[in-house]
Design a protein around this ligand. Structure first.
Ligand code: FES
Length: 93
């Protein structure tokens, strides 16, 4: 199973998750501090994060993400980014 690692101000959380789940699913599984004010529907950007490694192991940005004004190439919405392999993600918290 793909391994997802989150780094944030309180340290690091890591989990394995089924392929096809999202970064938000992974964060909830391991207790990483990823917010999800809209309930994971791609409307709030509180789940925004930066992919540090393994961007190629995520599905490409969705139309929803393109509409939400992500600035940099490594930014993703955690609720929209589907995982297919190992990924390392940084959270602003
Ligand atoms: S949880 Fe709202 S955009 Fe991802």
């Amino acid at each position: 199973m793909p391994k997802v690692t989150f780094t944030h101000s309180s340290g690091q959380d890591e989990t394995e998750i089924e392929e096809g789940k999202t970064l938000l699913d992974a964060a909830q599984k391991c207790g990483a501090p990823m917010e999800f004010a809209c309930g994971g529907n791609g409307f709030c950007t509180t789940c925004k994060c930066k992919v540090k490694k393994g961007a190629e192991n995520l599905e490409p940005r969705t139309d929803r993400e393109e509409c939400m004004g992500l600035d940099e190439d490594d930014e993703r919405l955690g609720c929209q980014a589907v995982v297919h392999g190992d990924v390392e993600v940084e959270l602003d918290d």
